[in-house]
Design a protein around this ligand. Structure first.
Ligand code: GLU
Length: 554
């Protein structure tokens, strides 16, 4: 019995002419150096930070080179599947603006000429290549039961030998085609294994774009390539798909590094050119001076929903991801403030081989800086969008006072050194709530600083309202009046003056303006007081001070 006859016996309904697929999925017509990458998750319904990071890099590498970034769904392990698992992944990617050039668009729709982009829909393709390998004498059926495999494993363990189906343990590899035929006609179930041409004693070297040259023993495992359900294993699907989809760069987590000897061997046995590999280390976190992996259980920022819930603008998250993706990015960005992410070229050589460190404070800092350069209307829109999802009451207030809110967000903005006080949209309310009367109700907690004495506070406010408050004043006049008020009450007009002769004064103009600030807003840290008063308007300023004085007199 020839191998061809054996192949027909095992896969009777499959056409083994793989040249059909080679022609159907030709080399891509792309500019020289264009990088084709893919994000290839199982349809588990969500993306975690590690894979979001990988997909960000995949897209960036493709974009930088006018290449292609595509989404392939790897659902050959049907036990791991989740209902609507593809939708969840697509939503997560879209939320971070990681859009695809090709691949799955929803549970069922896709775009691109290299599909299907869902592995379970590629059964015929895999089986054609499996049949082809059987014909070439590079694959064979294995009739070992799970119990037998387990038994072998225990023996190997006892003998302190490598675990797996190889060498003398690869029983079915030695079956003749006639013996196989008999087993098949007896109805014995089987799977298909790759007949590894390798020897464990040989050393091979694989170049990884991130980790450099890595030396491995050659693969000698006869791995399963086609399972009893007719679907391929991950390894086989990886070789077939990345070849036929003409992936040039496989960027993935380094948990796959130990499989590289299998992968390079599969590519070579199939007559395919292997892609370039870039294995990313897990994202790390520093805790108590030690590094550990970012953990889904311990670190809220490991879930991609975190960024959405906090209202960290997506471009800021992307800037941060770039900071941890390429060690030279931060310096480049500092020197090229006016430029954007698209102007920076991703470099595999600048990826940390030992794992990028995730630092939430740094992320917030980047976000704070980013928000400070937004227009007031953008801050308004961002905050409103966040509030609509997480704080309905605040959303209603923002909509009711749209112009007012935009003016509020414009204070100390759109200037060379804008005020930096919002690190994410979710914290904006806690910084400016007092500017909305609906929220400024029954306030009792006033953050007075140097001047605490009730009578003194009331006295300052009284005099201010009756003599020094003129709503129409420009900023300079307003401030000069604060100085005059200070002088009249025995406080120094200038801080400097006070410092030179502290015994001569009760305090200084800063103490006075602090009283005005706190009595108006309850907070000691606010944006520019003059601007706040101006925005509140005469009536509300007076009303707030009078209400305060009244409450402070009881
Ligand atoms: N489906 C694999 C995973 O989710 C993809 C690995 C790869 O990118 O090759 O880990």
């Amino acid at each position: 019995m020839t191998n061809k006859e054996l192949a027909d016996l095992l896969l009777p309904n499959v056409d083994s002419d793989v040249s059909y697929y080679e022609e159907k999925y030709p080399e891509r017509d792309l500019p020289e150096g264009a990088v084709v990458t893919r994000f290839a998750p199982s349809p588990t319904g969500f993306v975690h930070m590690g894979s979001l990071f990988a997909s960000f890099i995949e897209k960036k590498a493709a974009n930088d080179s006018n290449g292609v970034f595509y989404l392939r769904i790897e659902d050959t392990d049907q036990k791991r599947e989740v209902e609507n698992g593809v939708t969840g992944i697509i939503n997560d990617l879209n939320n971070f603006d990681i859009t695809i050039d090709e691949g799955m668009l929803s549970e069922t729709e896709e775009k691109g000429a290299y599909g299907p982009y869902t592995q379970s829909k590629r059964r015929d393709i895999y089986q054609a290549y499996v049949k082809h390998l059987i014909e070439e004498g590079l694959a064979y059926p294995c009739f070992c039961s799970p119990e037998e495999i387990e038994e072998t494993r225990q023996i190997q363990e006892k003998r302190k030998q490598r675990i797996g189906y190889y060498g003398r343990y690869a029983k079915c590899r030695r079956l003749t085609n006639e013996e196989i035929k008999e087993k098949v006609s007896n109805g014995e179930p089987y799977i298909i294994r790759f007949k590894s041409p390798g020897s464990f004693d040989n050393k091979i070297k694989v170049h990884d774009l991130v980790k450099g040259d890595i030396e491995f023993p050659e693969n000698d495992l006869d791995i399963v390539i086609l399972k009893s359900d007719g679907l391929p294993t991950y390894h086989f699907a990886h070789a077939i798909d990345d070849h036929l989809m003409r992936t040039t760069h496989v960027i993935r987590g380094d948990e796959w590094i130990s499989s590289l000897p299998i992968h390079v061997q599969l590519f070579s046995s199939l007559g395919f050119k292997a892609p370039k590999y870039a294995h990313l280390s897990p994202i790390m976190k520093e805790e108590d001076g030690k590094k550990r992996k970012l953990s889904k259980r311990k670190d809220p920022e490991a879930a991609v929903s975190f960024y959405h819930e906090k209202g960290i603008p997506v471009p800021a998250v992307k800037l941060y991801l770039m900071t941890i993706a390429n060690t030279n990015f931060e310096q480049w960005y500092d020197a090229n403030k006016e430029k954007g992410l698209d102007d920076f070229k991703f470099d595999f050589k600048k990826v940390s081989g030992s794992g990028s460190l995730f630092d939430v404070d740094k992320l917030y800092n980047i976000s704070k800086n980013y928000i400070s350069y937004l227009k007031a209307s953008e801050v308004y829109e961002g905050t409103l969008k966040w509030a609509k999802e997480y704080d309905e009451e605040f959303a209603t207030i923002l909509e009711r006072h749209a112009d007012y809110a935009a003016k509020l967000f414009n204070i100390e903005r759109e200037q060379k050194k804008p005020r930096k006080d919002y690190s994410c949209f979710s914290m904006i309310k806690s910084q400016i709530w007092y500017m909305f009367d609906e929220l400024y109700q029954n306030v009792t907690d006033y953050d007075f600083k140097t001047i605490q004495d009730k009578d003194e506070i009331n006295h300052i406010l009284d005099l201010y309202l009756n003599k020094y408050y003129h709503a129409e004043d420009d900023k300079e006049t307003w401030f000069n009046r604060l100085k005059d008020l200070s002088e009249e009450l025995g406080y120094a007009k200038e801080v400097k003056q006070y410092k030179e002769n502290p015994d001569a004064y009760k305090g200084h103009v800063g103490d006075i303006s602090m009283v005005l600030r706190v009595a108006l807003t309850s907070r000691s840290m606010t944006p520019d007081l003059y601007e706040l008063m101006h925005l509140l308007g005469e009536e509300r300023v007076k009303e707030r001070y009078l209400t305060f004085i009244k409450g402070n007199s009881d």
